[in-house]
Design a protein around this ligand. Structure first.
Ligand SMILES: Cc1cc2nc3c(=O)[nH]c(=O)nc-3n(C[C@H](O)[C@H](O)[C@H](O)COP(=O)(O)OP(=O)(O)OC[C@H]3O[C@@H](n4cnc5c(N)ncnc54)[C@H](O)[C@@H]3O)c2cc1C
Length: 408
């Protein structure tokens, strides 16, 4: 027997983007269904690094969440800045000492914990969350969507007016609307492996980044977690990987074993899992993220920062914005694309500078970019810029309400 559910809004995927959409719909008292193939808590291949965009959305969910729930329980590990491991073996450190009232600018949290923290914030009065439920096909019937989903032996048919694609990089929603194509200029391949006992991590949990000289437009990271555990990973732009026929997993292992700037740090360390890979779709693709009866958020919308590879904060931001457009659509009982026409403007206006910078880099030779990143990072200017900017960014992440403009 197929179980049939009817709703105006159905979100596919409960990662940071989908969960944030559901949290803000709950705040607006908009009933909806959200489904995820996984049972939470669940892992997601990621660097586990949280930027101030993620912190800003958390503060918009609840202004006391950091002080009351996150700090006392150590659910996010504070990181005071960056360490750049240069190709000459010298470390350049960007260490921001927060004032007593401020918190550090960055953090890390294993995705198995962080994503679950968001799930705990769903309001079950308005959110019907179906876990272990996989969307297997979606069809358009009479201006509605029919989503067939499998929950163990049970088949479910969800009939809705608005379909929200929050199902990440391998999105079935993108396939349904015919948009799951990869543009290598705006995509990166990434790998992650947890390691225990890496030597010389910084006492302030600096997030470490390394741009290997021989592999342009790629970066290696060591992000510290709790109790001597680190998230170690490597990402490379797919256009570069294709051009030089590079294998990202092999390069990752070889850097750990053979790179003179890294190998000593790993001598006494042990990997905790096999190497895991996943895609990184960049916001520079500037995908259209809405249409008749559908909206995209997070990785499904290709919203990862092309310069930093961070997509948790940008994904959560799209969720917050989407919820406001969805609320109006439900109030007007209108789900055609005219209701969402300003959605792309609102999501891209927060990433435009990043996209411009990245597009500029596409004009420059990848090898030259690699050299420039290693050379200029030593300049005093970057230290001054970091200190000035981080202070401002922390302030706005804690004190600024994220406003969404629905109209022209
Ligand atoms: C190697 C790597 C390192 C990264 N490092 C960082 C970092 O340090 N910091 C950062 O900010 N970002 C990082 N990112 C990017 C970040 O992981 C993503 O941007 C983020 O997870 C996007 O969130 P999302 O909710 O859009 O998608 P996801 O987190 O992918 O969530 C999608 C959800 O949809 C569910 N789903 C998928 N298909 C279906 C289906 N058919 N039916 C039901 N449910 C379904 C999945 O189970 C999943 O829970 C990294 C990415 C990679 C690959």
């Amino acid at each position: 027997m197929i179980r049939e559910l009817h709703t105006k809004v159905c979100i596919i995927g409960a990662g940071p983007a989908g969960a944030t959409t559901a949290i803000f719909l709950g705040k607006e008292k908009v009933e909806h269904i959200i489904i995820d193939v996984a049972t939470f808590p669940r892992d997601k291949t990621c660097g586990d690094g949280l930027d101030l965009k993620a912190i800003a959305v958390l503060n918009n969910i609840d202004k006391n969440i950091i002080a009351e729930e996150i700090k006392p329980n150590g659910r996010i590990i504070a990181s005071y800045g960056f360490r750049i491991i240069t190709t000459k073996g010298k470390n350049v450190e960007f260490n921001y000492k927060p004032t007593a009232e401020q918190l550090p600018p960055y953090g890390t949290s294993k995705r198995i914990d962080f994503d679950n923290l968001l799930i705990e914030k769903l309001n079950t009065t308005y959110t019907n969350f179906l876990q272990a439920t996989k969307a297997t096909s979606i069809i358009r019937v009479n201006e509605k969507w029919e989503i067939i989903a499998q929950q163990k032996e049970q088949t479910i048919k969800i009939i809705c007016d608005l379909l929200v694609g929050a199902d990440g990089d391998h999105s079935i929603v993108l396939k349904t609307i015919g948009e799951r194509k990869i543009d290598r200029n705006h995509y990166s391949a990434g790998v992650r492996q947890y390691w225990q006992g890496i030597a010389n991590t910084h006492q302030n949990n600096l997030m470490e980044v390394y741009f290997p000289k021989e592999y342009p437009m790629s970066y290696f990271w060591i992000f510290p977690l709790k109790n001597g555990l680190s998230n170690v990973g490597y990402g490379m732009q797919s256009n570069v990987a294709a051009k030089y026929n590079y294998n990202v997993k092999e390069i990752f292992s070889s850097l750990i074993k053979n790179d003179k700037n890294l190998q000593d740090r790993f001598n006494a360390a042990t990997p905790q899992e096999s190497i895991k890979g996943w895609g990184i779709p960049f916001a520079s693709l500037q995908r259209k993220c809405f249409g008749n009866g559908w909206l995209l958020v997070g990785d499904a919308a290709s919203m990862i920062s092309p310069t930093t590879g961070e997509g948790i904060g940008t994904g959560m931001t799209t969720g917050l914005i989407a919820a406001q457009f969805i609320k109006r659509a439900v109030e007007q009982n209108k789900f055609d694309e005219s209701v969402f026409k300003n959605y792309d403007r609102e999501i891209y206006k927060r990433t435009n500078d990043d996209i411009k910078l990245y597009k500029l880099s596409l004009w420059i030779s990848p090898k030259f970019m690699g050299w420039a990143m290693n050379t200029f990072i030593n300049l005093n200017f970057f230290q001054k810029f970091f200190h000035k900017k981080v202070g401002q960014w922390i302030n706005s992440a804690y004190n600024k309400e994220l406003k969404v403009n629905l109209d022209d």
